[in-house]
Design a protein around this ligand. Structure first.
Ligand code: NAD
Ligand code: GLY
Length: 350
């Protein structure tokens, strides 16, 4: 097992390794006094891992209630959020009790936002079961629900008290969901770490799971410690995401987030070469590794369409979009780009 400690507004540990679900109860017990736990999960994950989590928590003396909602992004909404808050109130959880989020990013975001809101904030534990949740969403305290106007439009920064990543749970992930998470793993290599990137080049999808997740989490820990509230350095985690949001929206969300991020990274990288900002050899390596994983690196959407959909993204501020631009493997810069200029970037990268 590897343990990483995050030093943000709250200090907490992230445990990563196989077979950790059975020690969930003990790990939560070590956080201090609590009597009740609400285990939040969804309809795909709970039947697989819910009982092990319940048993471990009950064996260590907790009184546990489970709140299970239908799997999928469609559930990350205000109605399910309110249902969960009402459930917590009915079960009379107090400020010293805890929520355990067992699942992917949808469960973590929704349960985390409920933890941030219920009684003005109670403790929660992330137990990620997707690769994306393991390397990204379970760490750093961003919690949210979607609104009809867009994704993640209501939320809070609320750090977990503990993250417990049992890498065995990733065994049951469908290949396409694992691949979506892989796009985020590749992103960390491009952003910060040549050695991680080289390992991905050598091993492809057969990368060393525990070591790679640990490295990604270390990198995220460092960014979160530097910029917990996402006003500077943390924005780099959006590499590929600005254009990806446009691709997802234009496809009416039929193209998954991970695949859109892969296309977004490839488009920005090619554009950066055209603009003389990125080394050509580095760009070839990025495109090659995405190909090697079976991730898409181009789109049939036109530059005009992508521009329109990309501009409607909420992360735009005034007349500028902050693009994350690869310079070499392991080094990217934040490049403020005028909205008019954005079209040139997209055109250059297609
Ligand atoms: P998800 O939670 O919907 O999981 C993807 C699919 O995998 C679902 O169908 C789920 O039922 C299934 N699944 C989960 N674990 C499984 C397992 N072990 N075995 C078999 N199937 C399993 O999606 P995700 O990709 O984990 O996360 C996406 C969400 O995360 C989005 O809502 C996104 O906005 C959010 N997100 C948040 C942050 C953050 O910092 N908070 C960062 C990135 C993404
Ligand atoms: N997933 C982006 C962030 O945590 O900031």
């Amino acid at each position: 097992m590897n343990t990483i400690t995050v030093n943000a507004s709250m200090r907490y540990d992230i445990h990563i390794g196989p077979g950790l679900l059975g020690s969930l109860g003990q790990a939560v017990r070590q956080l201090g006094n609590a009597q009740k736990i609400c285990l939040v999960s969804e309809s795909t994950v709970f039947p697989r891992y819910g009982q092990a989590a319940l048993d471990s928590l009950k064996d260590t003396g907790f009184s546990v209630d489970a709140f299970v909602f239908p799997a999928g992004e469609e559930s990350k909404n205000g109605a399910v959020f309110l249902e969960l808050l009402n459930f917590l109130a009915e079960k009379r959880l107090t400020r010293s009790d805890r929520i355990v989020a067992l699942g992917g990013g949808v469960v973590g975001d929704l349960a985390g936002f409920a933890a941030a809101s219920y009684l003005r904030g109670i403790s929660f534990i992330q137990v990620p079961t997707t690769l994306l949740a393991a390397v990204d969403s379970s760490v750093g305290g961003k919690t949210a629900i979607d609104l009809p106007a867009g994704k993640n439009l209501a939320g809070a920064f609320h750090q977990p008290s503990l993250v417990l990543c049992d890498t065995d749970t990733l065994d049951s992930l469908p290949g396409d969901i694992f691949l979506d998470g892989s796009a985020e793993v590749i992103k960390y290599g491009v952003l910060y770490d040549e050695a991680l990137f080289s390992h991905l080049e050598e091993r492809g999808v057969a990368f060393h799971r525990e070591a790679v997740i640990t490295r990604c989490v270390e990198l995220k820990r460092d960014v979160v410690a530097l910029d917990e509230f996402d006003t500077g350095a943390r924005m780099k985690l959006n590499l590929g995401h600005t254009v990806a949001h446009g691709i997802e929206a234009k496809s009416n969300f039929t193209i998954s987030h991970g695949r859109a991020v892969a296309m977004g990274m490839a488009i920005i990288t090619r554009a950066a070469v055209q603009m003389g900002l990125c080394d050509k050899g580095a760009a070839e390596r990025i495109i090659h590794v995405l190909n090697q994983f079976g991730l898409p690196v181009s789109t049939d959407f036109s530059a005009d369409d992508l521009y329109t959909y990309t501009l409607s993204d909420k992360k735009r501020s005034g007349g500028t979009v902050k693009l994350i631009v690869p310079r070499e493997i392991g080094r990217c810069d934040i490049e403020p780009v005028g909205v008019e200029e954005l079209k040139d970037w997209i055109r250059a990268g297609l």
